[in-house]
Design a protein around this ligand. Sequence first.
Ligand code: GLU
Length: 487
Amino acid sequence: MISEKPRVRFAPSPTGYLHIGGLRTALYNFLFAKQTGGSFVLRIEDTDRARLVEGAAENLIATLEWAGLHFDEGPGREGDFGPYTQSERLSIYSEHTDKLIKNRDAYYCFCTKERLDALRDEQRSRGEQTLYDKHCLNLTDEEVKRSIAEGKPFVIRLNVKHGKKVKIHDLIRGVVEFDTSLIDDQVLIKSDGFPTYHLANVVDDHLMKITHTIRGEEWLPSTPKHVLLYESFGWEVPQFAHLPLLLNPDRSKLSKRQGDVAVEDYRAKGYLKEALINFIALLGWNAGDDREFYYMDELIKSFSIERINKSGAVFNLEKLDWLNAEHLRAKSDEELARLLREELNATGCAGNSYEEAFLVKVVQSMKERVKFIKEIPVNAGYFFTSPSEYEEKGVQKAWKEDTPALLKGYISKLNALSEPTKEGYENALRSTAEEAGVGAGKLIHPVRLAISGVSSGPGLFDIIDALGKEETIRRINSAIEKLAVKQ
Ligand code: GLU
C-alpha cells in the first residue's frame, strides 16, 4: 500500500475573532502536518449566514499568519482541492445531497416551524428525547415535487436508521460509542439552500482528502452524524482526534467573562507570538517530561497526538506571562531593538527616528526588568523624552545645597572626556566625588534624577551611555536650572 502523506485542516467559521481554542486547534493540526511532511489546509466554513461577520475571515487569516501558522492550501493559496471557502462550493453540496436522496439516506422535509415546535413540546412533556419523527420520510416523489412546485419551504434531512451503534476510534479518547436511536434526523440543507455544518464538513473533508480530523472536544457529539454520512456516501472515515476543552483556573469552560479569549487581545497586549504559541502548545499536550520552553521548530519535532490529554487543560495566565519574559530574554538585542522600534512606531513615538545602536542599548538595560516590550517606553520613557518633572520624594532625598556645584563639576569632567564610554562616564563621576571629598552617592542620585526624572531604574551608566554625552549634559543643566528655581 502506498502510504499517503497526512492532510489535515483547520476549519473555522468566520463569526468573529480567532478564539484562543481555535488557535490551539490550528496549531496542533499545523504541528502534525509539518512533522509528517503532510499538508495543512485552511477551510473557511461560512455556511451559517446568520452568524457571518464581515472581515472575520481575513482577520482569521492575518492572525494565523502572524502566529506563524502558514497554511499550505486555503483561500488565496489555492491547491488542487479548492475553492476553500464553503459558500463557493454550494453546487458541490447539492450534487451530493441528490445522491443521498436517491438512496433514501436523506429526504425532503416540509414541516412547518409550528409543527416542529408542537412536536418538541409534546416529546418534552412526555420526558422523551426531542427527535424529529420522520413525518416527511414517507412522502412520495409526486408529493415532494408538488410541494416544491408550490414553493413550500423545505429542508433536507439525514435519514438516521435507529437501533444501531456507531463506533468512533478517536486517537485521543479511544473507542467512543453512540446509539443511533438518540441521533436526530439532522438537517443537511437548510431552507435558505445552504448546507449545515455537518454536511459541508463531511463532503469537504472527503473531497479535500483529509486524513485526520483534529478538532475541539465540543464537536465529538456531532461525530456520529458525520460517520453516518460517510457511511451513506460509501466513503472512508478519516481518523479523529478530539482535543480537550480549555478551562478557567476554577475549571469552568474558558469564557470571555473570565478573561480574554481572542488571540487578537493577546497580540494587542504585547505577547510575543513565540510565547503564545509555546503556551498554547502546552494546553493539553506535553512531551512526557517537565520541559516548558519550546520554539516552533522544537514543537514540530516533539509533538505527538498520542501525548494529548483527554482531560481539560487549565489556562494559566501566569505561565503565559512567565513564558513571555523567557522568550523575550532569549531574543537577540537586535531583534528586541526591532520590536521596540515597531512598538514606538505603533504608539506614535517615531521609532524610526532612533538609531539602531541606541535602541540596542535601551533594550540591553531594560530587558531583565520587563516582561513585555511595550513596558519599556512606559516604564522608562526617559530614554525617549527628557524629563519635564522630577519625582518629589527623590528630589527631597537627593537634591542638596551642594548638588548644583557637584553636578557642574561632573559636567566639566564629561566635557573633557575624549572617548565617552560607560567606564569613562563612571570614572568621571567617581573622580568628581573624590575631588570634592564626598561619597559617589552624592552624585549618583541627583544625576539619575536629572536625566531620568525618577530615582530608580536600570544602571545609571547604562542610561548615560544610551543617551550619550551631549544629551546627558543637556539634561543635567536643565535640572540644575529647574530645581534651583524650585528651591
Ligand atoms: N466550523 C467548525 C468550527 O467553527 C469546524 C469544526 C470542525 O473542525 O469540524 O469550529
